[in-house]
Design a protein around this ligand. Structure first.
Ligand SMILES: [Zn+2]
Length: 315
């Protein structure tokens, strides 16, 4: 219907238009039926991440060697990140343009059931539980005593990003230098984003393969980043992403991610005797209890989260 008034719509893949319409309908449906979704917002041509999704119909999208064939566009050279099997069925492709100017295509495949099941672990052994406490400075502390932190190169890239952003703030908005610097910021930003994602994928894979049930605190990320003091570190360290990765990877293995109530006082309880220490402050890095328990504050909390997870799972 719109093609008459907007002839340029004919230039694009018709399934891309179709998907955009379906997305819009879903947005309105959510707005009507769900209390937490607001009125659909317009996307900005300049600030939004640009993307479109198209579906495979009669083999119109194919991977041909080092190229991908897309409707209306033709063959585009690609750098594939992993191998696919002949029996997998390509269903849809989402093409995204990042602020750095790079294009990505993510491919959705349907994988035969039998192959999916084979990935699940055999369930003969005892269920293994892990509790994770979220730390402000690093990322997470585990109930088995392990601590994870972003690698040094990530910190360096982060510092570089801050430097480039500072430079941008000194450029005159709209000038040529401003645009050039903006692109530079976008490139570093993307690098940081990818490094974070890579790290979180590897960590969540490792944990999901080792444990069956993992418990985390159900932290309200939005409320936390509103809290001024921790604003940046909370918003940036990808804890939400980490939990999403963990949840689906555990699910694939037949395990589960459990969210412990956000009001569960994980850091105040003594993990040895169960006493509750009401006067614990954020600056107490070591948990000391009159029962003789003396351990790292975050490890103590992680052990409590693990116990609470077991309780939730068993009851
Ligand atoms: Zn105690």
């Amino acid at each position: 219907m719109y093609k008459k008034d907007y002839p340029w719509l004919k230039e694009v893949d018709s399934l891309a238009l179709c998907n955009a319409q379906l997305d819009l309908e879903e947005a309105f449906r959510n707005h009507r039926t769900r209390r937490d979704s607001g009125y659909p917002k317009y996307k900005s041509k300049h600030h939004s991440r640009q993307s479109y999704t198209t579906n495979v119909v009669n083999g119109n999208i194919r991977i041909e060697g080092k190229k991908i064939r897309l409707p209306k566009i033709g063959s585009v050279r690609i750098r594939a990140h992993r191998d696919t099997l002949e029996i997998w069925k390509l269903k849809a492709v989402t093409v995204t343009k990042e602020a750095s100017g790079k294009y990505y295509a993510s491919l959705l495949y349907e994988i035969p059931e039998s192959e999916n099941q084979a990935k699940g672990k055999s369930k003969e052994t005892e269920t293994k539980y892990l509790g994770i406490d979220y730390a402000m400075d690093g990322l997470a502390v585990m109930s088995d005593g392990r601590r994870t932190e972003y690698p040094g190169y990530f910190r360096q890239a982060e510092e570089k990003l801050a430097r480039e952003q500072r430079k941008l703030s000194h450029c005159e908005r709209g000038s040529r230098n401003y645009e050039k610097q903006k692109r530079r910021v976008a490139v570093v930003h993307e690098k940081v984003k990818n490094q974070r994602k890579d790290f979180l994928h590897k960590l969540s894979r490792e944990l999901a393969d080792e444990y069956d049930i993992i418990g985390v605190e159900d932290i309200d990320m939005k409320a936390m980043s509103r809290c001024l003091r921790f604003g940046k570190s909370v918003a940036d360290n990808g804890y939400g992403m980490f939990r999403r990765f963990l949840a689906y990877k555990l699910g694939e293995n037949g395990g589960e991610l459990i969210k412990v109530d956000r009001f569960f006082p994980s850091s105040k309880i003594c993990s040895k005797c169960g006493r509750v220490k009401e006067d614990l402050t954020l600056s107490d890095r070591v948990y000391r209890c009159s029962c003789g328990n003396c351990m790292d504050r975050d490890v103590n909390a992680a052990i409590n989260i693990r116990m609470e997870t077991m309780r939730l799972k068993v009851s």
